[in-house]
Design a protein around this ligand. Structure first.
Ligand code: 4AD
Ligand code: MG
Length: 433
């Protein structure tokens, strides 16, 4: 790069007072008053007010600033001054102002409807809200990789085009694969299970797809799935891995993204407190807790969004719910040897009413039980022959889990709707832009 540009974030510091620097960015807001243009300029790091005065810059520079519409790309040279009235407490007094590209009239205004903002999502991703969320998400993904490395896991790359369901046929996206039926993956789990017989401890970060036919605050049709699988691990080992991972993700967000969390209305101190151990309750106990506020709930019902809210509303730490009834859980979960009506599984529920962020279990090793469960689900057993082979050649006890990245980001960023945790949300009525 030919010129030295300074990040806006590093200008917001008393030590910069009086220094002449160059920045480049985009015009975020603008107002004119008495021969002056006040422009808020943003770059990837932050925003700063730029004052362009008629007598301080060349005539053509002043004319450029006068004409520049919001979202124009600009380069500014100027002197940094403290100014309590300005956003972020600093101002840059321009000595030169250059427009790289003069924007058309920007369609985003105050009070746009959520639907309109989704229609122009390719422009709305520039907003400070979405930018802050994307930075938090990036940091949390870094924490995922750090944590698995520290625990001795290999990152692997399972397929996205698959031959069968993991989580039931009703949410499968079907595709035409050279004239045959194939599907978009709901979960990498079955493939991760295949990989533990060589690598023992594996994880993956992949998109997962669910044809969710309802509109909710926490379902996407395409989301990012952090999944792990480990040979010889039992249910209890997975709980420790999960709480360690979740805690590290929250800690790193609190430390490295404190500014963004505050901007989003989340006190980073709350995320600093997310430390193991999390409470563990069994489904049976969860039923009693739910019934206090939802008397219609019966043993054997699956926990819905409202029930998870009841269980987590008053909590500040996540909670594990384990040992759900077999008939409401997936075919691969290991039967509880103490009670064949239950499975050795866990959901991890985020506090403050957010609910499920992780689903995991110990896996059934008995091939006949697996075949029976597949038949009960009405699945095409032949499509699972390869998976059943994993129980025929050196099978060992093993467990794993899947963490919904957007689910945990929604909680950490304290968001109402999951769609803002992903730059281009895919929901039932939307695949554009
Ligand atoms: O509970 P789920 O369906 O479990 C599995 O897919 C397992 N096969 C994972 C495994 O053991 N490897 O999904 C796991 C997590 C959920 O807890 C939730 O956080 C997230 O994936 N998730 C979704 N996130 C956003 N939109 C959706 N439609 C989601 N469905 C599941
Ligand atoms: Mg689940």
């Amino acid at each position: 790069m030919k010129h030295q540009f300074t990040d806006i974030e590093s200008l917001l510091d008393e030590k910069m007072e009086g220094k002449t620097v160059k920045i480049r960015g985009w015009v975020y807001r603008k107002r004119t008053a008495g021969g002056m243009n006040f422009l808020i300029v943003r770059d990837a790091t932050d925003v700063i007010q730029v004052a362009v005065k008629k007598d301080k810059v060349a005539e053509k520079d002043f004319a450029s600033a006068d004409k520049a519409l919001i979202e124009s790309a600009v380069e500014v040279e100027g002197i940094v001054k403290k100014d309590a009235r300005a956003i972020n407490g600093f101002e840059m007094q321009a000595v030169s102002f250059h427009v790289i590209h003069s924007a058309n009239a920007f369609p985003v205004a105050k009070d746009n409807s959520p639907e309109f903002l989704l229609d122009i999502r390719h422009l709305w991703v520039r907003s400070r809200e979405i930018s802050a969320i994307m930075k938090v998400k990036s940091t949390m993904l870094e924490a995922v990789r750090e944590h698995f490395k520290q625990e001795g896991y290999f990152e692997t790359t399972p397929p996205i085009i698959v031959s069968g369901a993991v989580e039931g046929g009703s949410t499968l996206f079907e595709m035409n694969y050279f004239g045959k039926k194939a599907y978009l993956s709901q979960s990498a789990q079955l493939y991760l299970e295949a990989l533990i017989f060589s690598l023992e401890k594996v994880y993956s970060i992949t998109p997962s797809f669910r044809a969710e036919k309802s509109r909710t605050l926490r379902h996407l049709a395409e989301y990012w799935h952090v999944e792990a699988e480990a040979a010889y691990a039992e249910l209890e080992d997975m709980l420790i891995l999960e709480e360690g991972l979740i805690s590290n993700m929250c800690q790193k967000a609190a430390t490295d993204r404190a500014k963004e969390l505050k901007f989003l209305g989340r006190d980073p101190a709350e995320m600093k407190k997310i430390e193991p151990p999390f409470d563990r309750i069994k489904y049976d106990e969860a039923v009693e807790l739910v019934q206090v506020k939802n008397p219609a709930f019966k043993w054997g019902d699956d926990l819905g969004t409202e029930d998870e809210r009841i269980l987590t509303q008053e909590r500040t730490l996540p909670v594990f719910v384990t040992h759900y009834p077999k008939h409401i859980k997936a075919f691969y979960m290991k039967e509880d040897p103490k009670n064949p009506k239950l499975v050795r599984c866990n959901d991890c529920l985020a506090p403050e009413g957010y609910g499920e962020i992780v689903g995991g279990s110990q896996r059934e090793e008995n091939v006949d039980k697996l075949i029976d469960r597949l038949k009960e689900e009405g699945a095409d057993v032949a499509a699972y022959e390869w998976y059943l082979d994993l129980r025929r050649y050196g099978s060992v006890p093993h467990s794993g889990f899947g963490l919904g990245l957007e689910r945990i980001v929604r909680w950490v960023c304290k968001l109402e709707h999951i769609r803002d945790t992903i730059p281009f949300p895919r929901v039932m009525n939307r695949s554009y832009p």
